[in-house]
Design a protein around this ligand. Structure first.
Ligand code: ADP
Ligand code: ADP
Length: 213
């Protein structure tokens, strides 16, 4: 059966980068709440009577989009797939508890990097708007000149917005990671290594956890 994988860690830990490899190796779907929310930035959620009327307003402020919106997106996405790598969710304890009700997870990958590494990676991150693939000005530029020329920087990858998101990570998401510390599929991975070395550790962990179950 296709594995059900959670990938967690601070912004810039390499979740998106490694999720792409997981998709290729295991034939699972990549479910990313950040991506789903960016596609629904302007959606009218005023009927919910929350602080802001669109997901995009929360995202621009570097705040979490309310659970009621995100939980529904994840539940609908999980309904449509068998195996998956879930990236960007859960981000707080309540979301972790909501996910426990939705499905059973096989592997919980926790990518660990320092705050300094996160900031360096995010401020240099560039995205190909056509494929959604991530690159980095210093560590990973595409060979194809046409791709290089169309790369853009995400609006929330400025130094200030990055610092805010990392504060939210430490306050809200670190406890959600702890929620899984006793899970049998829980594995920490040294995310400071090169992308290939991180991938080797992830691949070995997934094989071990899935075979062991
Ligand atoms: P996340 O999804 O965890 O926020 P990304 O996968 O988008 O992180 O990676 C953030 C940035 O860091 C991207 O520009 C990516 O190219 C780069 N990156 C990812 N993994 C590594 C690594 N192991 N070493 C150096 N740079 C990396
Ligand atoms: P990052 O992890 O680098 O902040 P993402 O692309 O994962 O970026 O998410 C972008 C924005 O979308 C977040 O800053 C947040 O506002 C919102 N978001 C994504 N996932 C969630 C989630 N699980 N719960 C609440 N808000 C979310």
């Amino acid at each position: 059966m296709a594995p059900k994988i959670l990938i967690m860690g601070p912004q810039g830990a390499g979740k998106g980068t490694q999720s792409q490899r997981i998709v290729e190796a295991y034939g699972v779907k990549h479910i990313t709440t950040g991506g789903a929310l960016r596609a629904n930035k302007q959606r009218d959620i005023s009927d919910l009577d929350l602080e802001y009327d669109t997901p995009g307003a929360y995202m621009e402020a570097g705040e979490l989009v309310p659970d009621v919106v995100v939980d529904a997106i994840v539940e609908a996405a999980l309904d449509e797939v068998d195996g998956f790598v879930l990236d960007g969710y859960p981000r707080n304890i309540d979301q972790a508890e909501a996910l426990d009700e939705m499905t059973d997870i096989d592997v919980v990958l926790v990518l660990e990097v320092s705050r300094e590494t996160s900031v360096k990676r995010l401020t240099g991150r560039r995205v190909d708007p056509e494929t959604g693939e991530n690159y980095h000005t210093e560590f990973d530029m595409p060979d194809d000149e046409a791709v290089r020329e169309r790369l853009v920087q995400r609006e929330d990858d400025t130094q200030e917005a990055v610092e805010t998101r990392l504060d939210v990570f430490e306050e809200e998401t670190a406890p959600a990671i702890d929620h899984y510390s006793d899970h049998e599929g829980y594995t920490t991975i040294d995310g400071e290594q090169s992308p290939d070395a991180v991938w080797a550790d992830i691949d070995a962990a997934v094989e071990r956890k899935v075979e062991g179950s």
